[in-house]
Design a protein around this ligand. Structure first.
Ligand SMILES: [Zn+2]
Length: 507
């Protein structure tokens, strides 16, 4: 088997055919990601050297002919060295690579040395024309694919991107990589005793199977609107730890828009604005400034100038990792007053309160005698109010009382039933799990604080899914961003529809 393998290496050559990666569309068929054909430029250094050797012999022969008077004395004869230098400078300029790279490639003992990948067609065509003009075959092109994101920043943290090898990183590109990538094909050809390719009839082609296309539930118009509003919010309030937003169809769990701001350009995912690098440096305590000092866009560069090259690199990498993360599903937050809807639903369902009950607010409440009072956001108090007024006022003491009437066990059962202790199972990678006060150790003070949305940390996707249950008839649904996957022949290979996990409360 050892010799058989060796023999096969001599007898057969293999050329890979890249499968086209499937496209990603929004809910209305707008293209969000697509692949186009680009080219790999490679050299056969062994062939290159022998072609040059021939050029050298030809040049010498022509020079002799000129000396003998067989060719006119003005005939221009390029020496092999001149030809080589011309090729080097031509390739370096066209491919935007160093001349040194071409020079060292020419020295290698191989028949296949890649000079550059992801080269666009016009450049590839120029290279082939140049080689034809000079009757050379040692530089060739091979088809490859490149990923384009026609909408640039739109839904960047949801879509994700691919790496240089075309593998999905982050977002949908990662989550659905198996569907999108397809299967590469190949051509296996026979070689003669001298290592040259045998005629085509001896070759066997295995066609590439192109990837499937993925259709999202995301609607471009809503997505754009959400992003525009988030961007304005981030700049208006000088938000440093990014902001996120989700628009969900509460009945089905289909995500219509999901954004993290500031976003990034999917076509240039490694580009990070100075402001974000400076903020990362501040978080990492690389800057000699206060943690709370606000860095602004205009002076970000001056902060970066204070860093050593190593520190700058460290801060850049941290900021880059951060900008790729989908904040809506990978980061936790304390929901605060929006959580009061969950407490209300549980208390009404358990008949612990009725809509007409009244709650008094003096501006603060001592939950357990001897402990510090917990304040309402309105320190002068809301006075006597009905439940409807209490929720309209977003009154903290009223909700501490509602939580008390509900009781720790009931509160926790609903917290769990609303899905706040588990991942939602959305079809996106890296969903975080919440950090919450369990039933063990939930005393009166903890219960009071949990009841108006403090203490527990959840993901934005968990919170919106719980909200959906409150307004959709009481069903906890599984959120999703992909509606269907279609193969190259138009067959639907996967559909996501409404999935109900459980009935949490009555309609
Ligand atoms: Zn109040």
């Amino acid at each position: 088997s050892f010799y058989q393998e060796k023999a096969n290496e001599y007898h057969f050559g293999e050329i890979s055919i890249s499968a086209n990666r499937g496209s990603i569309y929004d809910a209305n068929g707008v293209i969000l990601a697509q692949s186009a054909t680009v080219y790999k430029i490679f050299m056969d250094p062994d062939l290159f050297r022998s072609e040059l050797e021939k050029k050298k012999e030809n040049a010498e022969a022509q020079q002799k002919q000129i000396a003998n008077g067989e060719l006119p004395s003005g005939t221009v004869v390029k020496t092999a060295d001149q030809v080589q230098e011309e090729i080097i400078s031509f390739l370096a300029e066209k491919l935007e690579i160093k001349e040194e790279t071409v020079r060292s490639a020419m020295e290698e003992n191989t028949q296949y040395k890649i000079l550059k990948t992801q080269v666009e067609k016009p450049v590839a065509d120029e290279i082939i024309a140049f080689m034809d003009e000079n009757s050379l075959n040692s530089i060739q092109i091979e088809e490859d694919t490149k990923r384009y994101y026609p909408q640039d920043e739109l839904a960047a943290s949801v879509i994700g991107f691919t790496n240089g090898d075309g593998d999905g990183q982050y977002g949908i590109e990662y989550q659905y990589d198996d569907y999108l990538s397809g299967t590469d094909g190949k051509v296996i050809s026979a070689k003669d005793a001298y290592g040259n390719e045998m005629p085509y009839r001896y070759a066997k082609t295995y066609e590439a199977q192109d990837g499937n296309s993925v259709y999202l539930t995301i609607d471009r118009t809503l997505q754009y609107s959400l992003e525009k509003n988030l961007e304005e919010t981030v700049s208006q309030f000088e938000i440093e730890d990014r902001a996120c937003g989700i628009i969900m169809n509460a009945k089905t769990g289909a995500i219509l828009a999901m954004a993290t701001a500031p976003g990034f350009n999917l076509n240039e995912p490694s580009e990070v604005p100075d402001l974000q690098i400076a903020q990362a440096a501040q978080d990492m305590e690389l800057l000699d400034i206060d943690k709370n000092e606000v860095i602004k866009k205009d002076n970000a560069k001056s902060y970066l100038d204070q860093l050593t090259e190593e520190q700058l690199d460290e801060a850049y990498v941290a900021a880059r990792e951060q900008q790729w993360k989908n904040k809506a599903i990978t980061e936790l937050y304390i929901p605060g007053s929006v959580f009061k809807v969950v407490t209300s639903s549980a208390a009404l369902e358990e008949k612990a309160i009725s809509v007409n009950d009244s709650f008094d607010c003096t501006g603060a409440l001592v939950v357990v005698e001897g402990t510090d009072p917990i304040h309402c956001w309105k320190t002068s108090g809301h006075g006597l109010q009905t439940f409807t007024e209490a929720i309209t006022h977003s009154c903290n003491p009223a909700f501490m009382e509602i939580g008390r009437r509900l009781g720790a066990e009931s509160f926790f059962n609903y917290f769990k039933a609303f899905g706040l202790t588990e991942r939602t199972g959305i079809d996106l990678p890296a969903e975080a799990t919440s950090y919450y006060q369990g039933l063990n150790g939930m005393g009166a003070v903890e219960l009071a604080s949990c009841s108006f949305g403090q203490t527990n940390k959840v993901t934005p996707i968990e919170m919106i899914t719980a909200y959906a249950a409150v307004i959709n008839g009481g069903e906890l649904v599984t959120p999703y961003v992909v509606s269907k996957i279609v193969d190259t022949d138009g067959n639907v290979v996967l559909t996501n529809e409404k999935t109900v996990k459980r009935q949490v409360i009555s309609a």
